[in-house]
Ligand binder design. Structure first.
Ligand code: PMP
Length: 410
């Protein structure tokens, strides 16, 4: 076939493709990854902190030590060995047998991202409403958008989602005749805002959702990356009915493994497995064996400590840099874990419009607009502190502050 243009395809796309636009973040990555740019834009874990030689040796021996199953198809739900290990990992944050967590109800996924997609697949019809924090995880917005659902944002403050605003949003959606299916929430070390829902609010949020008949999808990739004492226990440890718990080894081990999971209410688990089989047949046997062996034979709790220490130092560098260098009127969150700080710019500054000038000044961030379904949020930016070393972070903030001062003077 010759002479095919994009136009030849546009009227053939499925309806759900129409709203699919390239993520702002993806577009930024190409520029931000140039070595001269200090990138506070990414969200990459610092995997160089892993004992790479030991991990390499473990990976090299997987097939020989664990037999051909590591190279074979497996079952859609994921291996029992890994699901058992996942239960051990969840028990660390209080999700244990006492609250009904069992390998039976765990579904292994290709990262937390597939976990989100599966939940969307089994629950969302076009036009359904998902309630989510404003701002929220950009990858979740992509999933909900592909499901043709509508995201209604619920505002947060430094203590996480505002329970009153959640109640209001539920009432408004009901008044408009639409159906809200679930609350999507990242209660601990939120991406992008860096804030954590307090103990007291956790109970209130769960009560509100229960009363409204709203499912809760708890996305928790960061809960184990706490810097200043333990994070509040996950929502799922407090309530088993109606709460889906999603997590991943991307931040506690390595995103390259692409291994995550869902702990689902028992009745729903089978639907998730069927949906996953339709999508991917089964998660990678090799990646599952790698994660299982990593958890069984390597000091993964020590590694978690290492990640925490490195990120704590980097968070401190970012917060100190912001305090010393940001123009008056700038505010930011002070995360107690995770990978991100959310900054609010002085009145009149637009993080999206400023981006080309920031890149020219060799610093990158993600404008707040990427984290809202309706494109608002231009007065904010997300700053990542997990990847660049402390001195680069400081230099990045210095460059950023310079750009902001210039904008303010314009
Ligand atoms: N949820 C949240 C809140 C995230 O920040 C991420 C990764 N940035 C994911 C899910 C997906 O993680 P992965 O697919 O790498 O496990």
């Amino acid at each position: 076939m010759t002479g095919t243009t994009l136009d030849d395809y546009t009227d053939r796309y499925a309806r759900r493709v129409r709203g699919m636009t390239a993520s702002e973040i993806r577009a930024l990555f190409a520029v931000a990854s140039r070595p001269e740019v200090v990138s506070l834009a990414g969200g990459a874990p610092y995997v160089a902190a892993l004992p790479l030689d030991a991990v390499g040796e473990m990976l090299g021996k997987l097939a020989a030590d664990h037999g051909p199953t590591t190279l074979q198809y497996g079952i859609g739900q994921g291996t029992l060995e890994l699901r058992e290990r996942i239960c051990e990992v969840m028990a660390l944050s209080g999700i244990d047998v006492g609250c009904g967590a069992s390998p039976e109800d765990v579904v292994v996924t290709v990262g937390g991202q597939q976990a989100l997609d599966l939940v969307a697949r089994i629950f969302l019809d076009p036009g359904d409403v998902v309630l989510a924090e404003g701002p929220t995880y950009v990858g979740a917005l992509g999933v909900f958008q592909a499901a043709q659902a509508q995201v209604v944002h619920v505002p947060m403050d430094d203590d996480g989602i505002l329970p009153e605003a959640l109640e209001q949003a539920i009432a408004e959606v009901a008044r408009s005749g639409r159906r809200a299916k679930f609350l999507y929430t990242i209660p601990t070390f939120q991406n992008p805002a860096g804030v954590t829902l307090t103990e007291e609010r956790r109970e209130r949020v769960l009560d509100i959702c229960e009363r409204a008949g709203l499912l809760v999808v708890e996305d928790d990739p960061y809960g184990q990356l706490s810097f200043d004492g333990d994070a509040p226990a996950p929502l799922r440890s407090r309530r088993r009915d109606g709460v889906f718990y999603l997590s991943t080894f991307s931040k506690t081990f390595a995103p390259g493994m692409r291994v995550g999971w869902i702990l689902a209410p028992h009745a729903v688990r089978e639907k998730l497995v069927i949906a996953s089989e339709a999508q991917i047949l089964c998660p990678s046997a090799y990646a599952q064996a790698a994660v299982t062996t990593y958890l069984a034979t390597m000091p993964w709790r020590e590694q978690l400590k290492t990640y925490r220490e490195i990120y704590r130092e980097r968070r401190d560098a970012l917060l100190a840099g912001l305090a010393d260098l940001m123009p008056a009127g700038t505010t930011w969150t002070e995360p107690k874990g995770g990978l991100f700080v959310w900054a609010t710019l002085p009145e009149g500054l637009d993080a999206k419009a400023m981006m080309p000038r920031a890149i020219a000044a060799r610093v990158a961030y993600v404008p707040g607009t990427g984290f809202y379904a309706d494109g608002t949020g231009a007065g904010h930016m997300r700053l990542n502190f997990s990847f660049p070393p402390p001195e680069r972070i400081r230099e990045g903030v210095r460059r950023l502050a310079g750009v902001m001062e210039q904008e303010l003077a314009m």
